[in-house]
Design a protein around this ligand. Structure first.
Ligand code: ATP
Ligand code: MG
Ligand code: FE
Length: 347
């Protein structure tokens, strides 16, 4: 069966096509993404209205490109999956409306699915079926969560999340402080390679004895970086960008991996999946690999292209939902900007 996935929760218009085999394996056939990130760069963050308009313009061409890449005609589609939330309301609405139109026109079932579950499901395209239960660390521009996955098509439980900024948001804000371009993750990652991760002892948020064990906080870290940079400038010193980037990155990677490994160890879970845009960070995946190996935990990190927002992740989740025999969503499905991660398919 062929499943089309549509993603439009933030600034990427994504369309993916996958084939679900009778034995449950899911194969990637096309993964087309149109991003409006350049249009947001001068604002230093995603502008919702700009994103919605860009989705509207990119949706149909991106769908066409996906079918051309896969060498399939639209009539081959057996189900349409779409991100129903969480995300930006106007942006989500474009994808949901398009998915309804395609599902109705092709006379196939529609599945409104959870974007965060999609970030986890995408790993099956690269590494095969997920061992369940597994633990997922989801780190992106809008989210930072530790999730227990008992069933990717139905049972996902949050065991911790950020109490303030998301990890990617911290990267973007710190990049701005260092005069690096938006989005900040890639340039910080690059600058950090030339720097000393132990040059500056930035704080590790939420690691005190009274702090929630599996929650995160990055806003104090961002403020600490800002204060450090201001102090250096006040002394008339040039800011050592590589050292600040490396030390900041070390603080983020340290807290994320320590808590994820601890959660896996304490719950006796043998597999950790790290996904979302920040999973592309070289130090995060490097440190996670070391710590997981030490703790005897299998680590799965999808390739960077699959970690950032895309349509393949929604098609992959759609395939798992179809394979599990979940009920389709009604054609009056609406977008839910605050869809909880526990709702994998909207019924
Ligand atoms: P959502 O949070 O809803 O999933 P998003 O579009 O913000 O949406 P992604 O596209 O998954 O999420 O990730 C974008 C974020 O990932 C940005 O904050 C970006 O700075 C960060 N990022 C990308 N590459 C890297 C990297 N190499 N190191 C650190 N952060 C990175
Ligand atoms: Mg994005
Ligand atoms: Fe995302």
């Amino acid at each position: 069966r062929i499943i089309m996935g549509i993603e439009s929760s933030c600034d990427e218009t994504g369309v993916g096509l996958v084939r679900l085999a009778a034995n449950g394996t899911v194969e990637l056939l096309a993964d087309e993404v149109a991003s409006s990130v350049d249009q947001h760069a001068r604002f230093g963050g995603v502008v919702p209205e700009v994103a919605s308009r860009a989705h509207l313009e990119a949706m149909v061409p991106t769908v066409r490109r996906a079918f051309a890449t896969a060498g399939l005609s639209m009539s081959a589609v057996d189900a349409v999956a779409v991100t129903a939330g969480p995300g930006l309301a106007g942006a989500l609405l474009v994808g949901v409306s398009a998915a309804k139109a395609y599902a109705a026109a092709l006379d196939v079932p529609l599945y409104g699915v959870n974007h965060l579950a999609g970030h986890i499901a995408v790993d099956t395209l690269q590494h095969g079926p997920l061992p369940e239960p597994c633990l997922a660390l989801l780190v992106s521009g809008g989210h930072t969560q530790l999730l227990r996955v008992d069933d990717i098509a139905g049972k996902i439980t949050e065991i911790g999340s950020t109490v303030d900024d998301a990890a990617g948001e911290a990267y973007d804000k710190v990049a701005r402080l260092l005069d690096l371009p938006y989005p900040g993750g890639p340039p910080i990652d690059k600058a950090a390679r030339e720097g000393d991760p132990n040059a500056i002892a930035f704080p590790r948020g939420m690691t005190g004895p009274r702090d929630a064990k599996f929650d995160f906080s990055f806003s104090g870290l961002k403020t600490a970086v800002a204060r450090w940079v201001e102090a250096a400038q006040a002394r008339g010193e040039e800011v050592p960008v590589p050292d600040v980037a490396a030390s900041f990155q070390e603080a983020v990677a340290d807290v994320l991996t320590a808590k994820a490994v601890r959660a896996a160890t304490e719950s006796g879970i043998g597999t950790l999946v790290i996904s979302g845009g920040v999973a592309a960070n070289s130090r995060l995946s490097g440190l996670a690999a070391d710590r997981c190996a030490e703790a005897g935990i299998e680590l799965r990190v999808p390739r960077p292209r699959l970690c950032t927002d895309n349509g393949a992740m929604i098609a992959a989740l759609g395939a798992h939902v179809v394979a599990a025999g979940c009920a389709p969503s009604p054609l009056h499905l609406s977008a839910n900007p605050a869809l909880p991660v526990s709702t994998v398919t909207v019924s």
